[in-house]
Ligand binder design. Structure first.
Ligand SMILES: Cc1cc2nc3c(=O)[nH]c(=O)nc-3n(C[C@H](O)[C@H](O)[C@H](O)COP(=O)(O)OP(=O)(O)OC[C@H]3O[C@@H](n4cnc5c(N)ncnc54)[C@H](O)[C@@H]3O)c2cc1C
Length: 497
């Protein structure tokens, strides 16, 4: 479905320019803003924080008054980034198609898997390169999005849905215990379309464990974890063996007295049998242990595991993931979140009943970002302009039903509905993502050397969690690809400076 150049195409096809509100200026919102502008739409990005970057805008504050994140959404502090985060995805894959994530000349971390601050700087550079700060309204929190009465029939675009967006100007609180200060009266504006890009790594997802409510000692969600120091000398039980659980366990080793990792599900129990796990346990023998699921938390600090073993702990830290949450969205029940399934969403993007005026960027997980978000955004921009069309509503509804039914029949739990990693939630498989990009956009397919990196990272993580970021074993094909990529994109960047 290759398309024309945006401007040339709009002349030939008489494309429509819409007034669009994008909620959030993280990777997804910035991808949306860029693609919508490219297609000729009038864009306003509303971002509650004082800068762009989303998760990558590190925030030393935590939700200190509610470290479990158990209060009704939204959380007070958005970013869940902890200080030691290094990427788990390689920079060669992570760039926007037209602004690659090459190491910069002005310092920074040039490694393939850099620290989180490098991603933040990259996103800032991206905004500067495409003038996105001109359309970003910072310190602006969206508090309600609802359908506006449509224009009267007979008026231009009569009968088409529009959206009222209510926002407030805020000043961030000094710490995470008090509310942000509202510094102006709420404002209401009407838009032709709204793109929701508010992220989904902020609202803690908590397990249900016997005794959690009565536990007297410290318990927190990884959303409120920043540095290991507060856990010095402690016995810490970590619930969950996903990326955050494993990274935080390593962060704590050597600072905490003992770290006890526990699987949070049967899927995780199986994951923890990869060769990486015994290696990690052997490297930290005496500090790090792996247990099966927790059976109950006891009043006296005892943590009992389902195999009958137990440990007395100071802290239980839940690395159990996040829930989708759209506390500002009022669709009268047409978009719901049920056990982490947002729906119905056609291709994880458009709610059929409100398409294309309401759309979502960033819902899928296990995707290559921001590249994939850019693909979603390009599709939205083109549907809004009229360059591309959507199937009839009933067809989209049927496609969503079939998609979920197919995955359910293959045994995928509902909570993994938006993991595009194939039907096995333990695996990362880029096939579905590549198919989407080819079907709905004119973005170039992933080059073969980049694809080779994808598969080697998947393999390496399973082999050794602690060294996969710093291996130096690229094939000749990858070496040549990286060289070409650096030469092309670093000289392009130099010409622009
Ligand atoms: C600890 C950690 C490590 C990670 N490591 C990796 C990694 O190595 N590789 C990788 O690919 N991904 C990683 N991720 C996932 C990463 O966050 C996503 O890939 C990506 O950044 C999500 O972008 P987003 O724009 O969807 O969401 P976000 O980055 O969360 O951005 C959403 C934005 O919306 C704003 N917002 C929310 N609500 C409102 C509102 N009501 N009004 C106005 N603005 C609002 C927020 O302030 C925020 O700026 C990691 C995540 C975490 C938490």
């Amino acid at each position: 479905m290759a398309g024309d150049d945006a401007r040339g195409g709009s002349l030939r096809l008489n494309l429509r320019s819409r007034k669009v509100c994008v909620i959030g200026a993280g990777m997804a919102g910035l991808a949306a803003a860029h693609e919508l502008r490219r297609e000729g739409h009038a864009v306003t990005v509303m971002e509650q924080r004082g800068d762009v970057g989303g998760q990558w805008l590190y925030d030393p504050r935590t939700d200190a008054g509610d470290p479990l994140g158990a209060a009704p959404p939204p959380v007070k502090v958005h970013s869940s980034m902890y200080a030691s985060v290094r990427l788990i995805s390689p920079r060669e894959l992570m760039g926007f198609s037209d602004f690659q994530f090459v190491p910069t000349r002005h310092g920074g971390d040039p490694r393939r898997f850099p620290v989180h601050g490098e991603v933040y700087r990259y996103l800032k550079d991206f905004c500067d390169a495409f003038g996105l700060m001109d359309v970003a309204r910072l310190n602006t929190r969206v508090v309600r999005v609802a359908m506006a009465p449509p224009r009267a029939p007979g008026e231009e675009d009569g009968g088409e849905p529009r959206w009222v967006v209510r926002s407030v100007k805020i000043r961030e609180s000094e710490d995470g215990t008090t509310d942000d200060e509202e510094i102006a009266e709420p404002q209401e504006e009407v838009f032709d379309a709204v793109v929701v890009a508010n992220g989904h790594y902020s609202q803690p997802r908590l397990p249900s464990i016997n005794g959690m409510e009565q536990w007297q000692r410290r318990q927190l969600h990884s959303h409120s974890y920043r540095v290991p120091d507060p856990f010095r000398g402690e016995v810490v039980v970590l619930v969950g063996c996903g990326d955050s659980g494993l990274d935080i366990a390593l962060d704590l080793c050597g600072v905490a007295r003992e770290v006890h990792l526990t699987a949070n599900s049967s899927v995780e129990s199986a994951t923890s049998t990869t060769p990486a796990m015994p290696k990690m346990l052997a490297n930290h023998a005496g500090h790090l242990q792996l247990h099966p699921r927790i059976d109950r938390l006891c009043h006296d600090g005892h943590v009992a595991f389902v195999d009958g073993s137990g440990v007395v702990a100071n802290t239980v830290l839940y690395c159990t993931g996040y829930d989708y949450s759209f506390p500002f969205l009022d669709t009268g029940g047409l978009v719901t979140v049920d056990d982490n399934r947002v729906g119905p969403l056609f291709e994880h993007v458009f709610p059929p009943a409100m398409a294309p005026s309401l759309s979502f960027v960033g819902v899928p997980k296990k995707v290559i970002v921001p590249w994939f978000f850019q693909a979603q955004a390009r599709w939205i921009a083109r549907v809004l302009s009229g360059r591309n069309t959507l199937p009839p509503v009933e067809e989209m509804v049927r496609a969503v039903d079939e998609y979920h039914r197919g995955r359910e029949n293959a045994g995928v739990p509902k909570k993994y509905s938006h993991d595009l990693g194939g039907v096995d939630p333990r695996n990362v498989d880029p096939k579905e993502m590549y198919e989407f990009v080819a079907k709905y956009t004119d973005l170039a397919p992933m080059e073969d050397w980049k694809n080779e990196i994808v598969y080697s990272v998947i393999r390496n993580v399973k082999q050794d969690r602690e060294t996969f970021r710093d291996r130096d074993d690229d094939s000749e094909n990858v070496r040549r690809g990286v060289e070409r990529w650096l030469t092309l994109n670093m000289s392009a960047a130099a010409n622009e400076e």
